[in-house]
Design a protein around this ligand. Structure first.
Ligand SMILES: [Zn+2]
Length: 595
């Protein structure tokens, strides 16, 4: 088994080739485009491109509050965003890559409409790196900086609609070699890379900010699985793919012996003139016809136990925008009567081992569908499973299109070569992300946090914040408790979102006023509830620190009334006042007075 990963993540700030912000929303102004593919310089047309062109759809783009003429492809790209470039270099360094001397952007052909220009700009930044894992190093082949595609809003047979808000957002792609040996190892590798990614300051961090593609092969051709959204789905997706390919291998062995062919489609609309099936009734009413074809020797292979050949074929129809494809392993069903079914089977001369597929579509789609079904069935019988698949939302995968060929890339002549000079390299070195292991060892050894605390900080991606706050208020345990407990609890209790800037301001006050943890927690709560200006906090009675004279008065009173000791002075002192006080100072004054 061979597995490789491609991890994409977005950066926030400015778009890659214009100064539009990465954050914005779609507006109601729309533009409309249509794509036409052309031959590459080598005189060939890419098979993935050809496949998209067959669908012949219209593309509608909603402009957004963060798009300009560059996103509409009405103006050439501006210079590459410096910050995004610096981040890509730093990450490449963190993954031990060789950094290129010049960045040369290329155009990668895209014809599904997700780019107004029909291509995506992409440039290699780092090469030949690695990441350490428990099963040895996984090599990194390339790290590229590219522009994100437009966000799809809807699509159907005739058109696809996109919003330009996401188009042009800087996207870093990390590609590993197929060095990953199993699904657990894939998960571990993705986690380790993901940790580095998430610790970059300008990681966008919105839902959908990280997208993972899994390249998988178990000897039947490379399958490229697009868009695995969650980390845990990497494992599920690989498991699904192993089962799917093993089951297809059994199907292939059976069909190689027995033989298998798809007949031509017959128009069987007449049989369903008076049908009770609401699905078929609706299709006929909208001008579609009912077609059926016989597939030899696939009875009980279409959908039975672990066999799902029907789904493999239905995906072809689905990609053409044809939703309704039924097959004989599902019958009786869909409200089709026994009589209708018998008529269909008799008309098509269905033998005992044959399967039947029924499709609801327009007449002009049927030749195209038949040729795609035949070529897909042939590929399966020959166990040539190389293709692009899409990850579904539940850890499964489905057929998307053929694998793209090499003809997709050509040089972007609108963006000049960018030299990576010594200054830029030095700036990037300042922000090289640390690995999970390095961070863990620092939290345990340097800051003396427990394993639970350091795990909490790592898993919640709080290390950068932790380091920032420690520089202001140098009490690691207090900071760790604030980040892992106090602030999440306050946010939940008051449905608030305390920002890092606010915490920094409060900690600065805490440092100057000699506040301890309980004072800081009190201040955070008052700030959250009353939503007052942070500078007002220090003037509040509840938070005003007692001065030395006030502390002396209370201690004198305590010494007179009680048998207090150095050990119980703080709790007793607390009972005497609502104001905040510096505990160290209280003990110091107590010792002085006692003597
Ligand atoms: Zn723009």
């Amino acid at each position: 088994m061979k597995i490789g990963l491609e991890i994409h993540f977005q950066l926030k700030g400015s778009k890659l080739f214009c100064s539009c912000d990465t954050e914005g929303e779609k507006t109601d102004f729309v533009i409309e485009r249509k794509m036409t593919p052309v031959m590459s310089e080598m005189g060939e047309m890419d098979s993935a491109v050809k496949y998209e062109y067959i669908r012949n759809r219209k593309f509608i783009y909603h402009t957004s509050t963060n798009s300009c003429l560059v996103e509409k492809d009405d103006e050439p790209p501006h210079n590459v965003d410096y910050n995004a470039l610096k981040t890509a270099i730093a990450l490449s360094m963190g993954l031990h890559c060789k950094i290129v001397d010049y960045v040369s952007f290329m155009r990668k052909l895209v014809i599904d409409g997700s780019n107004t220009s029909g291509f995506q700009r992409t440039g290699i930044i780092g090469m030949n790196g690695y990441i350490k894992t428990s099963k040895g190093n996984v090599n990194i082949s390339t790290i590229t900086l590219e522009e994100d595609a437009a966000r799809k809003i809807m699509e159907n047979e005739e058109k696809a609609e996109y919003s330009l808000d996401r188009l042009g957002i800087p996207l870093i792609e990390i590609s590993t070699e197929p060095d990953i040996i199993n699904q657990e190892h894939a998960l571990e590798t993705a986690k380790a890379i993901g940790y580095l990614v998430m610790s970059m300051d300008n990681f966008r961090g919105e839902v959908d900010s990280i997208r993972q593609d899994v390249n998988f092969s178990m000897g039947y051709g490379r399958v490229e699985i697009k868009g695995v959204s969650k980390l845990s789905f990497i494992r599920d997706t690989v498991n699904y793919e192993i089962n799917r390919q093993e089951s297809l291998n059994e199907i292939s062995r059976i069909l190689k012996i027995k033989g298998c062919e798809i007949s031509n489609f017959s128009d069987i609309t007449d049989i369903f003139k008076n049908t009770e099936s609401s699905m078929i009734k609706k299709a006929i009413k909208s001008g579609k016809s009912v077609f059926a074809a016989r597939i030899t020797n696939v009875n009980h292979l279409m959908k039975y136990n672990n066999y799902h050949l029907g789904k493999e074929l239905a995906d072809v129809a689905k990609n053409m925008g044809i939703g309704g494809m039924m097959h004989s392993d599902e019958f009786p069903g869909y409200g089709i009567s026994d009589k209708e079914l018998n008529n269909v089977y008799n008309l098509l001369i269905k033998g005992e081992n044959d399967g039947i597929i029924i499709v609801l579509t327009y007449k002009n789609n049927i030749d195209q569908l038949l040729s795609l079904l035949r070529s897909r069935l042939n590929k399966i019988i020959n166990m040539d499973l190389a293709e692009t698949r899409a990850a579904t939302g539940n850890g499964e995968t489905r057929y998307l299109r053929p694998l793209p060929g090499k003809e997709r890339m050509y040089p972007e002549t609108d963006v000049p070569l960018f030299e990576i000079n010594g200054n830029l390299l030095n700036e990037a070195r300042e922000i090289i992300p640390e690995t999970m292991e390095e961070v863990n060892s620092k939290l345990n050894n340097e800051y003396k946090l427990s394993n639970i605390e350091s795990d909490g900080i790592i898993n919640n991606n709080l290390y950068n914040t932790f380091v920032k706050l420690i520089k202001i208020y140098n009490e690691p345990r207090t900071i760790s408790r604030l980040l892992l407990q106090t602030i999440p609890e306050l946010n939940k209790k008051y449905n608030s979102k305390i920002g890092n800037e606010d915490i920094i301001k409060i900690l600065n006050i805490a440092k100057n006023a000699g506040w301890d943890r309980s004072n800081i927690e009190k201040a955070l709560e008052i700030f959250t509830v009353k939503k007052i200006n942070i500078n007002e906090l220090i003037k509040m009675d509840e938070l005003k620190s007692l001065n030395d004279d006030e502390i002396k008065k209370i201690i004198a009173k305590l010494i007179n009334n009680n048998s207090i000791t150095e050990k119980n002075i703080i709790p007793s002192f607390k009972k005497e006042t609502n104001s905040t006080f510096n505990a160290k100072k209280v003990i110091e004054i107590y010792k002085k007075l006692k003597n």
